[in-house]
Design a protein around this ligand. Structure first.
Ligand code: PAF
Length: 276
């Protein structure tokens, strides 16, 4: 595995090669590693990046304390990727970034409502990373479902020559979606955390049993979590492909949820496809 930090060196190193790319913010867990394994099926060269992007963190968010574990990350990625791109903030933003991707209204809903500007910063760095690495395929986890949706739209609407693949969420044995932020949880919070996915599974079962009152479903799920001390941002049933609010005639949904336990904000989602 070659570690490269500058844009020029990366461009020279990858010239003319077919590349599959996994962008990350580091603190690698099995979810990231699974994307790196999948990447191998798409290209002879697998590139991953580690860059904690200041542009996608709000002023009161966890940019400073976001876990940075570069040496362990290198050990984990070594057998899976050929090139690790690890730029500094100065390599990525040699001048002040004054141009941004302007996003549709969906970026202000769900996680965007709680994190103003987050998706603008995320989309801007993903656009830059895709321009720098120029992969044929890029892989992102489905745990960040809204992020994946926005990236797919950006690539489609800007005719970017890259195929986007979504990887299934990797979970701990008790169902908790793997996330770098899980390590902020106290022992008691870690025990409580899998309730988020269990609540989504119960909401999914209700939809499959024929429940169509999505407002009630959302209200009840929020109630279950709030009773256990969660500060719930949203539980929302959406059309799976457009992320618009679900209509009774829909057949393909995704139920998305985000909430804070103690000081840790967790998110998760579950897809629901009706047969036929
Ligand atoms: O999902 C992440 O880790 C980040 O949002 C991404 C896509 C690497 C952009 O910084």
């Amino acid at each position: 595995m070659r570690i490269i930090s500058t844009v020029n060196e990366l461009r020279d190193g990858l010239a003319g090669q077919r590349v599959a790319f996994v962008p990350t913010m580091g603190n690698l867990h099995d979810g990231h590693l699974e994307l790196m394994r999948q990447a191998r099926q798409y290209a002879s060269v697998v590139v991953a990046s580690i860059f904690v992007n200041p542009l996608q963190f709000g002023p009161n968010e966890d940019f400073d304390r976001y876990p940075r574990t570069f040496d362990t990350d290198c050990d984990k990625a070594r057998s899976l990727v050929d090139v690790l791109f690890a730029p500094t903030v100065n390599d990525m933003y040699p001048q002040q970034q004054t141009l941004f991707v302007e996003l549709p209204d969906i970026a202000n809903e769900l996680c965007g409502a709680a994190r103003p500007g987050h998706f603008r910063g995320m989309a801007t760095v993903v656009l830059k990373l895709l321009n720098i690495v120029q992969p044929q395929v890029a892989l992102f986890g489905k745990k960040d479902y809204q992020q994946l949706h926005i990236i797919r739209q950006m690539v489609k609407q800007f005719n970017m020559p890259v195929r986007i693949e979504g990887g299934e969420t990797v979970r701990a044995a008790d169902g908790l979606a793997l996330s770098s932020r899980n390590q902020y949880l106290s022992g008691a919070e870690r025990e409580e955390a899998p309730r988020l996915y269990r609540t989504l599974q119960e909401a999914r079962s209700s939809l499959l049993r024929g429940e169509r009152d999505t407002e009630r479903l959302q209200r009840e799920a929020i109630g279950v979590l709030a009773d256990r001390g969660w500060l719930v941002d949203y539980v929302s049933v959406r059309d799976r492909l457009t992320l618009r609010a679900a209509q009774p005639s829909d057949h393909d949904w995704v139920i998305l949820a985000a909430g804070t336990l103690g000081k840790t904000r967790l998110l998760d989602n579950i897809e629901v496809c009706l047969p036929g």
